[in-house]
Unconditional design. Sequence first.
Lengths: 118, 358
Amino acid sequence: MDEMKRKLLLEAGIDVDEALGRFLGNEALMMKFLLRFPEDQNFSRLRQSVAQGDAAGAFEAAHTLKGVAGNLSMGTLFRQISAQVEDLRAGNVAAAADKMPALEETYSRTLAALQQLV
Amino acid sequence: MCDPREETLLIVDDEEINRAILANIFEKEYAIIQAEDGQAGLRAIEIHCDMLSAILLDVVMPHVNGMEVLRKLYQQGLTEKIPVFLITADAATSTMQEAYSLGVMDVILKPVVPYVVRRRVNSVVELFRARRRLGAEVERQRDQLLLQTQQMAEMSMGMVEALSTAIEFRSDESGEHVRRIHDITCHLLRTTSLGEGLTDDQIRLIGVGAVTHDVGKISIPDAVLNKRGRLTPEEFELMKTHTVKGAELLSRIPQMREHSSYQYAYDIALHHHERWDGGGYPHHLVGDETPIWTQVVSLADVYDALVSKRCYKDAFAADVAMEMILDGQCGVFNPRLLACFRRAEPVLRGLYQPLKGT
């Protein structure tokens, strides 16, 4: 992987080595899923469900997002979304809503970095 | 033995990225089948269940989730045949507990660490493979043992027949007599109500006992055994001792005594000349004091003697023999035994066809 790309990914909060390890060094496969991340509808579903107080819908979206973030080694995003998943599992939409601003910020930063890769 | 089937792994997960990562880890060693939710997973399992080496199962999925899939597999007993791994992002203890109680082999946390998941899955797959191999080996050995046991049984039956036939030869009777007594006895016990309460195995052992009914004749001098014409009262008394002598002989052969047919063989040798009214010998038993299977051998013996040529008589036609038996000319038999014998007799005649044709 070229240094430029690596730097960009690190800036996006992605532990590149760990993620590549998970794909057993298959960079093309990893990139396929990284570049698809911005199109993932789960973040907007989460935002909307939390705003509407729909705990079940929010949980489903957060859970899926957590899986993808974990697989792609998006460390900060993964930690934040994990905490939110636990709030939503307990049905606590208010706590999840409190965590939304910080999550939004991390998410936008990640997207911005990924968009530069395209 | 090398299994010609390719090792196949089923991945059930609704997230493409999860399936891709797992497939990427295992595709060098396994053929991979992917299912996008629990429903598709169950379908794939139904189709491929004989060739699956392992199932990697996600928990949270739409429609049918992983736990529901697991419960179905458990109910069908499939978790014992195919190792199931739960791949989950949530290490909630209640889920894990239920999963293990439903026969899951291991719970692996997401996001997965490739070398960990590979090692854990491969170890269990190897364990199941070894277990299958061992099971097949045990089965093969069991078949072999059964075959050997059967050969041994045939061999000892052969020895018993050889001994009995050798003794028959002394009285100028062919080995056919022994064989026919065996066949008539087994036929009556198997196909008529006389055999009620007896298992196939018991009837087989009674058949062995029928073969040795006359071994006591070894102790009877040739002059008496092969006398052409009527025996004197003294000679007849001597002849009668073949029953007691036969039982004694059997009881003195340890291999015979330990054989499962011994209890039948002993009684048959001793009491095959008893009669229903107490008019037989040596103990003048009355009615069912003589076990029904010994009574069957007695009648078979009489019938065969009548329709065969002996040193002291010619062969009677089967109809005549039947009449003589029913008339009580050969002693009194159990009426129930006679009724069954009468019905079976046309079939029994078939045993003699080859001889008559010559």
